[in-house]
Write a protein that binds this ligand. Sequence first.
Ligand SMILES: [Zn+2]
Length: 468
Amino acid sequence: MGLALIAGMVWLTGTWFDLRAPVIEMQPEVKLLGPKQTFTLRLSDDNSGLSQVTVWLQQEGNRKEVLAQTFPGRRWGRGGQNRQAEIPLILEPKAWGFQEGPATLTAEVRDFSLMGWFRGNRAELVRSLTIDLTPLRLTFTSINEFLNQGGTGLVTYQVNKPMAKTGLVVNGVFFPGYPVKGEEPGRYLAFFAVPYDLPQPLTLELLALDLGGTEVRHRLFYRLKPKKWKNDILTIGDDFLQRKMAEFQEMNPQLKGVTDPLAVFLHINQEERMKNDRIIQEVCQSSQGEPLWQGPFLRLPNSKPMAGFADHRTYKYHGREVDKQVHLGQDLASLERAEVPAGNTGVVVFTGPLGIYGQSVIIDHGWGLFSLYSHLSEIKVEPNQKIHRGDILGRTGATGMAGGDHLHFAVMIHGHFVNPVEWWDPHWLKDQVYRQFANVGLPVPTTKAAPAAAPEAVKAPAKKKKRP
Ligand SMILES: [Zn+2]
């Protein structure tokens, strides 16, 4: 009884003479303030509760009260009724007659403590802002004459302010825009992946978010060439499974006790494949801010095209359909352990085992463009190494999900697979890429045929010849 009384007294004085000041947070944490902007003010005071809050915007002699609010009062021994509050603030500096330039936004909060000569503990948050009343302008410049399903797209545009975030949103997937260095500031370009499995409809939206938090979106129109992908049947033999069992079980320790070879195969072909693609996406998140590549990509010399991009594969085991997957690269077969040249200039960002892809190398070519070389038997480069077009990365092999010695070559835009065939094609490069470079004031490289790699042209796939 006596103890409870003492505990009660301590608790009472705890809220009455609370020593801790309220906590103030304001989101978003921007430095620029546009013509009209919304903030969220979060207040909390765990002990005696919130009593009042005032917020004002000030620029020299001009002071505008944005918010003045009092909270319901102290209940006997229990402090105020509100321990927390979330209040939206709408700031309209333009309507309030503020000028462009520096200003301060101040929030002052008090609690129900009897401290501070009975006026409560006080907390203050002062945010220095720059008022920027120039409207954000996003101007579309160009897009490919036509987009190929599963191919690479390029868009160029211009903005009139520094950007917090900008790029192209393709059905919810964001592809960052890169600023182009030139006489005219604010010019950007963004490469993007046109999905191989076209959603209906395909929406392309330019996005610009300035430092003040103002966002502008611009819906783009485009012409699209649909593509029919090949259907392929892959028969899984027992000899293949036996040969690969140990390697597959090595990829995932959970598979070590599994005796059914088909179960091991399916796990690798499904879960492991998804895991590998997530790693590729992570590796390809950030890219060099300048183009390191030049001209068309090199193909594996003297090689025959095998499986193609977006082949829809049905896997059969003992005549029974057991799985379906889409092949997102181009398979090229040459001699066993053939030397693999880098398709273009760039920086090595990944080397080593990569599940179904086996021993692999990933190169960043800048501006979001990456290439992948898989199933290698040997790797001769290291991460962060600068690579020139044609430098030898390693040798072909059959590591990972490969039945025989070949190279799996893939091209990605920020980790999203695109048809590599376009990047081998000087005509596509000239018409769909370089033509747009001119729009943003970039020098247009002369498209020379691949130097010293003439053999690659000998066995170019029949599909390529049909191109105009
Ligand atoms: Zn392949």
